[in-house]
Design a protein around this ligand. Structure first.
Ligand code: KIV
Length: 300
């Protein structure tokens, strides 16, 4: 798409398309100590809002398995499903960097398959980067994906795809040994070419150490305020999830409350014949109404 076409396509949209967020612009933000804003989105409508508000990164997270599909954890979602959701988001996003989560099983079996699946996100769904969970065990894979020109976001700490190994969703990096492991993981991922690293469910103090040690940005979720950026699951922050939220979740709106009220009002209006009103109905033209009346009269 030429720049002119891109501008034309964006004419009805707020925001400055020239300020497109890119992998290098995120690195610039770290250098300038400007916080990086990241949120998940899984569908066209919410991605469009996120993009119009001007957040830096939209993550099509595999958390959608839980949030959108009602699974107990993130493990069931497939490549084809992730591609489908990512395509919808792609159609909405002009400015933000679009990152897609590689689902469980799409990169753990063998590296060539992992590279092929990363390429699918770019070619078939328009993602600009992929995210992969894991530390030093992923270094060779990260090198190969980055070598194939697909930027990779790392993800360490509480990695939901390892829920069974971790024995639940537990804060990680609480012992001296675990702290050293996580620092080594972060440095190894940076060295392998990750352009940013998500730190999930780690003590604030450790997140700060890792953030200070890395040249690439850290994006925290349940990792305290010292990371270079923050990510939240959109449905958590909007109260569109149904269990008690984790400690780090801030509820920015009660969307489920608003929806419950609206749906209740709609139900009441239909049941009491208050919806739709005459003004909300289509009508025949006066001429057609007269002709109908004449016909009815004749028949009578
Ligand atoms: O799947 C997801 O939403 C994530 C974020 C919470 C980082 O991985």
């Amino acid at each position: 798409m030429s720049l002119t076409t891109f501008r034309a396509a964006s004419a009805d949209r707020p925001g400055n398309p020239a300020a497109k967020v890119t992998v290098p612009s995120l690195l610039d933000k770290k250098l300038a100590h400007e916080p990086i804003t990241v949120v998940t989105a899984y569908d066209y409508a919410s991605a469009r809002l996120v993009d119009e508000v001007g957040l830096d990164v939209i993550l099509v997270g595999d958390s959608l398995a839980m949030v959108m599909q009602g699974h107990e954890n993130t493990l069931a979602i497939t490549m084809d499903e992730m591609l489908l959701y990512t395509r919808g988001v792609r159609r909405a996003v002009r400015r933000a960097l679009l990152v897609a989560d590689m689902p469980f099983g799409s990169y753990q079996i063998d590296e060539s398959e992992g590279v092929a699946n990363a390429l699918r996100f770019v070619k078939e769904a328009g993602a600009e980067a992929v995210k992969i969970e894991g530390g030093r065990e992923r270094v060779d894979l990260v090198r190969r994906i980055v070598g194939a020109q697909v930027p990779v976001m790392g993800h360490i700490g509480l990695t939901p795809q390892s829920v069974h190994r971790m024995g639940g969703y537990k804060v990680q990096g609480k012992t001296l040994a675990a702290i050293e492991e996580m620092r080594a993981d972060a440095l190894a991922l940076e060295d392998a070419g990750c352009f940013a690293i998500v730190l999930e469910g780690v003590p604030r103090e450790l997140a700060k150490i890792v953030t200070d040690e890395l040249h690439v940005p850290t994006i925290g979720i349940g990792a305290g305020p010292d990371c270079d950026g923050q990510v939240l699951v959109l449905h958590d922050m909007m109260t569109m999830t149904f269990s008690a939220p984790a400690k780090f979740v801030r509820r920015y709106a009660d969307v489920s409350g608003i929806m419950r009220e609206a749906l209740g009002n709609y139900k009441r209006d239909v049941e009491t014949h208050q919806f739709p009103s005459d003004a909300e109905s289509y009508h025949l033209s006066q001429e057609m109404r007269d002709r109908m009346a004449a016909l009815t009269e004749k028949a009578g």
